[in-house]
Design a protein around this ligand. Structure first.
Ligand code: PLP
Length: 445
């Protein structure tokens, strides 16, 4: 950047613009409940893992999908994009939006000032130069495959502002592993996970004032990959667009916990089937659930408990994985979650809860099939202690009631003082908000 010890003009102009941008952002900052930072509680911040430590960490991570180096691209994917190629085009001061108060946030209604974009064109050799630009509409051809065959997939992750003011991502390498698996199943190009994480971190860092200054909210990150080839054949899309947008979201448990959720379990509907894509995060998995969710709401229930098969297997709840904590037939305390048999999204919170519970070793932890027959019998015999959903959006959500085949099944989740769901929720929040040092929370620069 410097010529004979002096800064070049374009460098100076960019710096002035960046500083101006930052000042303006500070000026319009409202995304805070004004909570005092508890930075002094953390003594040695050096131990928090950073983005650059991810590579080594990813090598060791065991997950349903290959993480880090163990992931293999399709041989014909072509050139990859890298973080070093990233171009940044900042929004002008007049384009910056005022930030909302963190207490008013609703899920996915507001977006930050910038977005990430990278195009893929097979005929041009693969991935093109990635860029961060002001948030803008997309222009795509009406024949783009995403609009006809739902050639689309996405991820859901969050950036948290810790009690020390630092911003962290939670296990982003797992989101990237799942996203690449969804891309391959959709015939879309895969990408280098680490490079995309670095680009996302830069995006979050540019829009950092949008990460709420509170432990009751966070910044939701929505990486998305769509097939944009403008041809109507049902075939893989030789052009694609990878983008990421950011949305500040309130905590599910902002304020006091008001009660558990009620579920409609209707065996006439299913979310996934063997050999399908229930274990991928594709938009097409969600469109068909909307009618059923509407039906549940109409009947006064908050979520749908998804069942599968003639034996009415419990699979997932809404957009969460499901856990049952009960005394099993042998009198043992057991935490059960349905197995990853292709029907279930391998949730990152699910994976983390299983890891924590196995590490604690306080009770039996199993991934196994559980049917409505078994669950109902255990509820009748007062052996079910808790049920909860787990996912990025709400972390952990207690379940209180299931309406199944004309019957209300009541679960005493909210009645236990020493609940597993609260322990799990608190441990995860402690990690995410940097109250404890943990390799799962990755600090961004
Ligand atoms: C169907 C479904 N199941 C489970 C989850 C939970 O996954 P995660 O813990 O990765 O957010 C989600 C949300 O992403 C989902 O959409």
């Amino acid at each position: 950047m410097s010529i004979h010890g002096k800064k070049s003009l374009p460098y100076i102009v960019r710096k002035v613009f960046e500083i101006q941008h930052k000042l303006y952002q500070q000026h319009v900052r409202m995304c805070s409940t004004g909570r005092l930072q508890e930075a002094l509680k953390i003594e040695d911040e050096q131990d928090f893992p950073k983005i650059n430590d991810l590579k080594a960490q990813a090598e060791e991570t065991q997950y349903y999908y290959p993480v880090g180096k163990s992931f293999k691209h399709e041989p014909d994917v072509g050139e990859q994009f890298t973080y070093s190629q990233l171009r940044v085009r900042l929004a002008g001061p007049h384009q910056l939006q005022p930030k909302p108060d963190a207490d008013d946030l609703q899920f996915g209604k507001l977006f930050t000032d910038h977005m990430f974009k990278a195009a893929y064109h097979k005929r041009l050799g693969g991935w093109q130069t990635p860029e961060i630009c002001p948030m803008e509409n997309l222009v795509i051809h009406p024949a783009a495959k995403v609009l006809h065959y739902a050639v689309e997939l996405f991820e859901g992750m969050k950036a948290f502002r810790g009690v020390d003011g630092k911003i962290r991502l939670f296990r982003p390498e797992l989101n990237m592993a799942r996203m690449n698996a969804s891309a391959q199943r959709s015939g879309l190009p895969s990408f280098e996970p680490e490079e995309f994480i670095k680009c996302i971190s830069r995006l979050v860092s540019i829009d950092q004032e949008w990460v709420p200054h509170t432990e009751s909210a966070s910044l939701y990150i929505r990486p998305t990959l769509i097939g944009i080839e403008p041809t109507l054949g049902v075939a893989s899309s030789d052009s694609a667009l990878l983008y990421a947008i950011l949305s500040p979201v309130g905590g599910y448990f902002a304020g006091k916990q008001t009660g558990g959720v009620s579920l409609l379990a209707d065996p006439r509907f299913t979310r996934s089937w063997p050999g399908g894509v229930g274990d991928k995060k594709m938009g097409s998995n969600y469109a068909g659930t909307i009618h059923v969710q509407k039906e549940a709401t109409k009947q006064g229930f908050q979520q749908v408990l998804w069942l599968y098969g003639d034996d009415h297997q419990v699979t997932e709840v809404g957009t969460m994985n499901v856990f049952v904590f009960m005394i099993n037939e042998h009198g043992e305390r057991e935490l059960i979650t349905p197995p990853l048999n292709g029907l279930i999204l391998p949730g990152i919170v699910r994976h983390s809860i299983l890891g924590l519970a196995r590490q604690e070793n306080q009770f039996k932890v199993t991934e196994r099939k559980i049917t409505m027959h078994e669950l109902k019998k255990a509820i009748y015999e007062n052996r079910v202690l808790e049920m909860f959903g787990a996912g990025t959006a709400c972390v952990v959500s207690p379940i209180e009631r299931i309406f199944y085949m004309g019957e209300n099944l009541l679960i005493p989740t909210m009645e236990n003082s020493d609940s597993v769901w609260i322990q799990m929720r608190n441990t995860l929040l402690d990690i995410q908000y940097g109250r404890v040092k943990h390799p799962w929370a990755i600090e961004i620069d």
